[in-house]
Structures are given as C-alpha cells and as structure tokens.
Design a protein around this ligand. Structure first.
Ligand SMILES: [Zn+2]
Length: 144
C-alpha cells in the first residue's frame, strides 16, 4: 500500500506527488473535482495541499483528502529518486529529487575529453523531471 511522502503544488489543479517507494507522479485534477471535492474548485484552497503523514495521503485544510493508491494509479509517472555512492541525488539547479534515468553509451571523443579512460563505456544520465537539468554518472545507481 503506497503512502504519500511529499507533494508540490504546480499551478492550476496540478500536483506532483512523491511516494514512499521513491517514485513520483503528476496529476492534473482540473475538471475531475466532483461533488466530494467541490470546495477544492477554489484554487486558493486547492493550492494549500499538504501531506497528511498520519494517513499517508494528500489533504487540504477543509479536511478533503485523496489517497496514495488513487494518485499512483491515475497520475503520470514523473521519475523516481536515485542515489550514487550512498548519497541521494538532488538536482543542482532546482534541488528537486525526482529523475528519469537513461543509459548512454559514451563515445571515444567524450571519454577523451573528460580523460576518463578508466571508467566504463556507458553512463547513467539522470534528467531532472522538474527543470530538465541533466546529471551524468559513470556508474550505475545504487540499488536499495
Ligand atoms: Zn532540476
């Protein structure tokens, strides 16, 4: 059973939600706030979303809440957390924690440019899902 660990308000009725399995999803609730969530159509109230740590959900000051499983199922994947050398990766540009991982083959000119003959011929490329900054690592991320 997934639990919410973080939430970011991203304008309009858009949210990015982080879960305890280190993944994140993006959800746009525009036009999807039915009777049960009528009060949240007020964007000012909607923007006051927060994590209810006791319930593992997102919640609002009026008592509305949406559970983690729904957000995980209906949201669009927005990357996950990674760590290298035992340290969580944080975007150096925007300090976000969620990335898309791509593996890239390093060409010989690139290897020469960085004088990294000793490292492998492939690299892990992490693209920040918030600002698109790209971070390169010559190894593979830690597995948990
Ligand atoms: Zn970023």
């Amino acid at each position: 059973m997934a639990r919410v660990t973080s939430v970011w308000y991203r304008g309009g009725y858009k949210l990015r939600v982080g879960f305890d399995d280190d993944t994140a999803t993006d959800t746009d609730l525009e036009g999807r706030l039915g009777q049960d969530f009528e009060a949240l159509i007020d964007v000012h109230l909607f923007s006051q979303v927060h994590v209810d740590e006791g319930q593992g959900t997102i919640a609002w000051p009026d008592g509305s809440a949406i559970d983690a499983e729904w957000l995980k199922t209906h949201g669009h994947p927005a990357g996950r957390r990674y760590s290298f050398a035992g340290i969580d990766v944080v975007c150096p540009h925007c300090h976000h924690h969620y990335f898309q991982l791509k593996e890239s083959q390093l060409s010989t000119p690139v290897l020469k440019m960085f004088d990294v003959g000793t490292m492998g011929k492939s690299a892990s490329v992490l693209a920040c899902t918030n600002c698109s900054h790209i971070s390169w690592f010559s190894g593979n991320p830690d597995t948990k």
